[in-house]
Design a protein around this ligand. Sequence first.
Ligand SMILES: [Mg+2]
Length: 227
Amino acid sequence: MLSARLRRVGPEPVGFRSQRQQPTWIFDLDNTLHDARPYIFPQINHAMTAYIQQHLGLDYDAACQLRRHYWLRYGATLLGLMKHHGTDPNHFLWHTHQFPRLRQVVVSEPGLRIQVSRLPGRKFIFSNAPKHYVDAVLDVLDIRDLFVAVFGIECVCFRPKPAARGFLQLCRAQHIRMQHCIMVEDTLENLYAAKKLGMRTVWMAQAQRTPGYVDRRISSLSELSLN
Ligand SMILES: [Mg+2]
């Protein structure tokens, strides 16, 4: 479905160190700087379903179905809840992103701090997750101080990636030019949006093929400093 919707844009890979201007790195968080799949995403899905059950008075199966329906339709369950049920986004995000034992469930690459700190240029985080959760994960990863600023979903008026608005807001606020940015992401739709805005793109993925709007595909962050 994705490949049918997305057209090829931009040239093939660039050597990030070969650019005259130091790049500005914009990193996604989940499944880019750490692996949220084994523990964190299942917990978030569970918490969202429980929230929908409690606040909309649905049984478990109906709540699961609605959560998934809004995620597919709007790209985020939150947007559907805001649009159709008047859900308070801050309340929802706070209650669905609680990890009292976060240190035990964050999965990351060894040497992450060294890999990120080696990269030349300023670095930012742009995540569709709430900022309290992003900050907490970055603290566990011990890389919070490597980033100039962290943009969570509330920082972009609850308009998650791939909406252009968030990218524009980030770049405007930080006086960044799109063409100096490198977006590092695991989600293709977000990379497509970044590419359309003039950014270079790095896809974090274990995949055989690379779409034309991806400048570079990596399977480990250690590959970023090789070029
Ligand atoms: Mg991600």
